[in-house]
Ligand binder design. Structure first.
Ligand code: NAI
Length: 684
């Protein structure tokens, strides 16, 4: 756990040994205490070097000890003892020194790092702060501004020469902290750990070391017991868990071998196709990009090159322009390993494209669709090899957004799923395997959420009120600002296709009932007025000009809502933030339980990661299903029942059977839900 040897007669060498990253487990900490003591008490030893085996200094705390009762020596006294040693102790850093690993190095008297070594304090990303002296020693070593940057963002940096460090302790300390605090509060969107980090560093800059350490300890104690730390640590594990996918037929990540993909094709170079092309080229794949419209093809070439050049500048590499060849002829994709179709969301068109692909591509080519809601299996049935077809559902902008839903149909092979999952990983995405149903996981859950927001407007709320409640909860944008950004016409087209919006809907039926359930035509009415959101300069808000992003309240919209209510005999009532959150979030969560019940998502972690990485769900609240478990499933059930009684014509508010079952089983913790789901399935 910590090997001791004497080199060159007088140097005590301590090598941390705990693969894969030499984490500071109880045994490693004990090893350090023992070997340091041994080195200090050996008169022949004049100096001590601490390093890690296998080219890694130390990855930090042992995550296996999270949430357990810590045993073994504590980190703070251990590091204090090293610092207090009467022989020089040097940290020899290779690979990485992260979290507790860097704090250990900070306790040494000197640090020598390989130029490729990565140093960082990522605790804040887990809802914590570096509490083994990290917030106290680092500002003393590299100065307050640089330490603030490292500690509040958790981002690692490469080893640097001391001459490049900024000068410590600026004169305008108060102004500096006020400015940083304001910025951190804004970007934290309600997360408390970054704010506590600033407070701890302020203590370092304004108080003596011992008092600073006290403050660090106190702040850490608050964070440690906060729900936010639990949520962020849950996300850390959930993100890893979703890569270990499984399908209801028993296929799994560890028994399915992906096929390598070197050459891919993208069909359709609109909003999505362009982003996907960029993401593939940046991953190092050769890409054939196909677009039938001549003008679109020219525009796409320019846009893709621009995105690649900007990305390359940021990362200090050469742009991967030569990785892409463009064509207006679909025949060009004959020899690729995998195709991603991103043409218009039109089943007729997509079916035709899949039939063409099936006859053009060489045998064994994986055929993927980026559809946001259409039936993947129906597309698979257009080909000779439906087992090679999966959905690869990217999110806009596709070269930026981290989420990828990999959608398997009933006939998709485990190898096709494994290949899409691996390609997603190579592209730096958080890939989540989900089953085939309208809207898959993310968009399916969004429907009841948006529906509730529309109903709230009918009942007396304004877009501003609903958005404010959701933004205070931690979403970067409320539902109406988001709708203005992505375009109201997108949903309108879908509702028309589903026979909900006029003129698809049968005439003569009440405006607010469709297919036997409550319906709000508000979005359709706005679209009929040409109010599509930001792109037309008007939607739920008004904008200075089309394309502008600064939303302003629109008096027209408010009087339109009043007129609408009067026309339908609706009396506006006062709606508070709590009702907005209850109705929007619990309707969404209820659909999440239905998705688990239907086996569309393998577990709650999959749903949560989709919402955190694709829909702006605040990470410090852990995702919708984790949030439900924190609120208490009994409470979620009771609120849904309450609202369903008040709105019996809204099926999305009817608590689903899995939620009843979980509450009846004593609301088990989230990691036990799979057992209850399995039992439910075995009884069906
Ligand atoms: P878009 O309208 O921007 O682009 C579609 C492109 O496909 C157009 O450039 C069109 O000329 C081209 N095209 C049409 N038929 C073609 C054919 N036979 N061969 C080659 N190119 C053809 O559409 P967008 O927004 O990029 O959406 C594409 C797909 O991605 C849709 O299925 C959509 O549902 C899905 N999607 C869209 C998201 C979004 O936020 N826009 C998010 C996730 C998925």
């Amino acid at each position: 756990m910590a090997k001791y040897s004497r080199v060159s007669e007088s140097v005590g060498l301590i090598t941390l040994q705990n693969p894969p990253v030499n984490a500071l487990s109880a045994a490693v900490r004990q090893g350090i205490v023992d070997t340091v003591e041994r080195a200090l008490s050996d008169p022949k030893v004049k100096s001590v070097v601490i390093c890690g085996q296998n080219g890694i200094f130390c990855g930090g705390a042992d995550i296996k000890e999270f949430g357990t009762n810590m045993s073994g020596p504590l980190l703070v006294p251990m590091i204090h003892a090293i610092e207090a040693a009467n022989k020089p102790v040097v940290a020899a850093i290779e690979g990485s020194a992260l979290g507790g690993g860097l704090e250990l190095a900070l306790g040494c008297h000197y640090r020598i790092a390989h130029s490729k070594a990565r140093l960082g304090l990522p605790e804040v990303t887990l809802g914590l702060l570096p509490a083994a002296g990290g917030t106290q020693r680092l500002p003393r070593l590299i100065g307050v501004p640089a330490a603030l940057d490292l500690i509040t963002t958790g981002k690692p940096l490469d080893a640097r020469r001391i001459s490049t460090y900024p000068c410590p302790r600026p004169s305008d300390l108060d102004a500096l902290f006020e400015g940083v605090m304001e910025k951190v509060r804004q970007s934290a969107r309600g997360a408390i750990a970054p704010v506590a980090c600033v407070q701890a560093v302020r203590a370092a800059a304004t108080q003596p070391y011992t008092q600073g350490m006290e403050r660090e300890k106190e702040l850490m104690a608050t964070l440690f017991t906060s729900g936010q730390a639990r949520a962020l640590q849950y996300c850390f594990f959930a993100q890893r868990a979703v890569s270990r996918w499984s399908m209801p037929n028993g296929a799994r990540w560890d028994t399915s071998k992906p096929r390598p993909v070197h050459k891919a094709a993208v069909i359709g170079l609109g909003t999505m196709g362009r982003g996907i092309t960029v993401a593939l080229a940046q991953t190092g794949l050769s890409v054939i990009a196909v677009e039938t419209q001549e003008k679109q093809l020219m525009d796409a070439k320019q846009a893709v090159s621009g995105m690649l050049e900007r990305g390359a500048r940021r990362r200090g590499v050469a742009p991967a322009l030569d990785k892409i060849s463009y064509s207006h002829d679909i025949q060009a994709v004959a020899d690729v390993d995998l195709v991603i179709e991103a043409v218009f969301e039109d089943m007729g068109l997509k079916k035709k494209v899949f039939q063409q692909l099936a006859s053009i591509c060489r045998p064994g080519t994986f055929l993927c669709t980026n559809t946001s809601a259409l039936d993947v299996d129906h597309l698979a049935s257009q080909t000779h090899n439906p087992e090679l077809v999966v959905g690869m559902h990217f999110f806009a902008p596709a070269h930026v957004m981290k989420l990828l839903e990999v959608v398997y149909g009933p006939r998709s092979s485990p190898q096709a799923v494994a290949t899409a999952m691996q390609l997603g990983k190579k592209m730096g995405k958080v890939s989540v395997a989900v089953g085939n149903c309208p809207g898959f996981v993310g968009n399916r859950m969004l429907k009841p959420y948006m529906e509730q927001a529309f109903f709230l407007l009918e009942e007396g709320a304004t877009p501003e009120l609903v958005d404010r409640a959701l933004e205070e909860f931690g979403f970067p944008m409320g539902v109406f600002r988001m709708s203005d950004l992505s375009g109201l016409d997108v949903g309108w087209r879908v509702r028309k296709g589903d026979g909900l919006a006029e003129p698809g809907a049968p005439s003569g039926q009440p405006a607010r009932i469709r297919q036997g359930r409550r319906y709000s035509p508000l979005g359709d009415l706005l679209c009929e007025q040409g109010r599509f959101g930001q792109k037309t300069g008007q939607g739920w808000y008004q904008y200075n000009k089309p394309g502008s992003q600064v939303a302003r309240s629109d008096p027209w919209l408010h009087s339109f809502l009043e007129g609408y209510r009067a026309q339908h005999g609706l009396v506006a009532r006062r709606i508070d933030n709590q009702e907005v959150l209850d109705r929007c979030l619990y309707a969404l969560i209820n659909e999440g339980f239905r998705i688990l019940e239907d086996g569309i998502a393998a577990g709650p972690e999959d749903i949560d990661m989709i919402y955190v990485f694709g829909y702006g769900w605040p990470r410090h609240r852990g995702g919708p299903m984790f949030y439900a478990s924190m609120v208490g499933l009994g409470k979620v059930l009771e609120r849904l029942e309450h609202y369903h009684q008040a709105h019996p014509d809204v099926p999305y508010l009817k608590p689903c059977s899995l939620l009843w079952r979980l509450v009846a089983s004593g609301s088990p913790p989230l990691h036990k839900w799979r057992e209850v789901i399995r039992k439910l399935h075995s009884q069906l």
